[in-house]
Design a protein around this ligand. Structure first.
Ligand code: SF4
Length: 635
């Protein structure tokens, strides 16, 4: 490949950061292929694997290391300089313009010099209502304007962030420091955020220790009867494979191996398990399609890019029961003929990332991952890939592009990933909660699992409760429980309820007189709502509905990948309209603004490429439909 590099040269430190990622990956491929490498002009050895071949395809084979290499530079140096980009481009044979396009796609990367520490302050719908705004005001007055605005600090800085997935512990901050691991503080006081920005924060170890009390995130009794998905949370040590096994770990994989891959898929199909990521596609059907695909290799991808505002259930599972996901992915890989799995986790989950990395290492060391899993004669291994702050990468094809080292922009479908997914091969993509359910399917048996709930809504289900509830957190119920019952589990609502946002920022509202809706796919559809990502965000009458919707609109405007016009322009226009309504500077009347929002919604829903643009107006439309934005309704 003819790379047109600029004159900028990487420093030794930048080269070391890139080499730390690239060298081991190429060495691993070399040992797998009997040192079957090619030599490049600069003396760097590039090697083949199944998605890496000579000549024109060689570049593609290394490109999937682009995101990890950029992470390494960002972490070590604090920003990605033109010289570093040149070096990354050279080592991975990626055109510099494309590497720049990828680096600038993600919010956690900076291509400009910036302060060595950045405090990301969540001001999204939940944290914004629970102290996040006050945090931003205090930081602004004490250390200056937000990063990216005129006058922001060179040494100490802060920036607003979309939802950090710590809603049950609001308000939350994420601390990114050059040369040190990221960490979260939640709940964060202004003093803690200021200290962290000035370099006096607790550091990763102490910050992680503050998450030891899992009852804050899972208020249901640890190990309580009836808990399936959450049964090990707060009970088993997330850092110990032995403790995981002592609490039932790896019995599901043993059973899977005992009955064979075909029967595993039959069990999953019999369970009627549907995907928990929002689309509710039958898992058995998805697995069967990939298992039968003649093209090889097959890939497995776990979508742990949980970024929907108000959603934190995956984070709690990953932090507290990381071996569970490793086992579930091994079962999925075994059943569908995948020898390699990718676990794509959102970049804002540092503790979950550390625990998963540890769990993967332990499992590999003890023979639960690798060339001969448990001595049962099948091969499966896992690679963890960290996102870098892009909600759109939760869209499955955008996620695939992100792993492959491209901008995380959705692909047109068809072809679907089960036919042409990662590296163009048949790929199973499952959400975190879906995979934890697989352990329960194997434990109970498919038909017994299907008896929990009914219709397309079978098995246990997790909900993320936040806002005006007595005990925010993740709650597990069987499908079919009503909204009222789930709220009662959380100690009931606090104050006078105006509305409840169900399903997330792309979901809809229910009113206080609709609490008896069964929380199933069918029940919520009947009232025009959806389960989405399991969000239940309770809004009391002290909150300003227009401001909440403006924040949701700002989120989608910020997260739109910009690839298609209806979404790129529509998300801007709907935020502008809501901002005018907030300022009482409507164009025409409020009713005319609502009509404009309705028009925008129709175009975005009908003409956007992917689910982000199609559902970005959903909450706004729902609020309009329920009269929550009408003139005269107290805001
Ligand atoms: Fe990108 Fe939005 Fe189009 Fe999806 S709908 S491809 S996020 S611009």
């Amino acid at each position: 490949m003819d790379l047109r590099l600029t004159q900028a040269r990487a420093t030794d430190a930048e080269r070391r950061a890139v080499d730390r990622v690239v060298d081991p990956a190429l060495d691993a491929v070399a040992s797998l292929n009997g040192n079957n490498g090619i030599k490049r002009a600069d003396g760097v050895s590039g090697l083949r694997d199944e998605h890496f071949s000579d000549a024109g395809h060689a570049a593609r084979g290394r490109r999937h290391l682009l995101l990890p290499a950029l992470h390494a530079v960002q972490e070590d140096i604090g920003w990605i300089s033109p010289g570093a980009l040149n070096y990354v481009s050279l080592r991975l044979s990626v055109p510099p313009a494309e590497a720049y396009g990828v680096a600038t796609f993600y919010a956690m990367f900076s291509t400009e010099p910036r302060a060595p520490r950045v405090v990301h302050v969540c001001d999204d719908v939940v944290c914004g209502q629970r102290g996040g705004e006050q945090l931003t005001e205090r930081l602004s007055s004490e250390i200056g304007p937000e990063l990216g605005t005129e006058g922001s600090g060179d040494e100490v800085c802060w920036v607003r962030s979309p939802c950090l997935g710590l809603c049950e512990r609001a308000p939350a901050v994420l601390v990114q420091s050059t040369g040190e691991p990221d960490y979260s503080i939640a709940p964060a006081s202004a003093e803690q955020a200021l200290a962290a920005a000035a370099g006096g924060g607790p550091g990763a170890d102490a910050a992680d220790a503050a998450f030891t009390d899992t009852s804050v995130s899972v208020p249901q009794t640890p190990g309580g009867t009836g808990l399936r998905l959450l049964r090990r949370v707060g009970v088993a040590d997330p850092g110990s494979l032995d403790d995981y096994r002592a609490h039932g770990g790896y019995t599901a994989l043993r059973r899977a191996v005992g009955i064979g891959p075909t029967r595993v898929i039959t069990e999953v199909s019999d369970s009627s398990l549907t995907g928990r990521g929002g689309a509710a596609f039958p898992t058995g059907l998805k697995w069967d399609g990939v298992a039968k695909a003649p093209e090889r290799p097959h890939y497995l991808v776990c979508n742990a890019d949980e970024s929907e505002p108000g959603t934190f259930k995956d984070r709690v599972l990953l932090e507290s029961d990381p071996f569970g996901l490793v086992e579930a992915m091994t079962i999925a890989g075994y059943a569908t003929g995948c020898e390699r799995g990718y676990l794509y986790i959102r970049g804002e989950y540092p503790l979950a990332t550390r625990r998963l990395n540890h769990a993967i290492g332990q499992a590999r060391q003890r023979g639960f991952l690798g060339a001969d899993v448990m001595g049962e004669g099948f091969s499966f291994d896992l690679e963890l890939r960290r996102g870098a702050g892009a909600y759109i990468c939760g869209e499955e094809t955008a996620l695939l592009n992100s792993i492959e080292g491209f901008r995380g922009e959705p692909r047109n479908k068809p072809p679907f990933p089960s036919v042409s997914g990662l590296f163009g091969k048949p790929t199973v993509i499952n959400n975190v909660e879906t995979l934890y359910n697989v352990l329960e399917v194997l434990a109970a048996g498919g038909p017994a699992f299907a008896q929990i709930g009914g219709g397309r809504s079978t098995g246990p289900k997790l909900f993320c409760l936040s806002g005006a509830v007595a005990r925010p957190g993740v709650y597990e119920v069987s499908f079919g429980a009503t909204l009222r019952e789930v709220l009662a589990l959380a100690g009931g609502t606090v104050g006078e309820v105006r509305a409840i946002l169900l399903g997330g920022a792309a979901g809809g509202f229910v009113l206080p007189d609709q609490l008896d809706v069964p929380l199933t796919l069918e029940g919520t559809r009947e009232i025009g709502a959806s389960l989405g990502s399991g969000v239940i965000f309770v809004i009391d009458t002290s909150a300003d509905m227009t401001e909440i919707l403006r924040r949701i609109a700002a989120f989608f405007r910020d997260e739109s990948c910009g690839q298609c016009v209806p979404c790129r322009v529509g998300t801007v226009r709907q935020e502008e309209s809501l901002a005018r309504m907030l300022r009482r500077t409507e164009i025409g009347s409020r009713e005319q603004e609502l009509a404009l929002l309705d028009d925008l919604a129709r175009v975005m829903r009908d003409a956007s490429i992917c689910g982000l643009g199609q559902t970005a107006p959903a909450a706004i439309q729902s609020a309009i439909g329920l009269g929550l934005l009408s003139e005269g309704v107290a805001q």
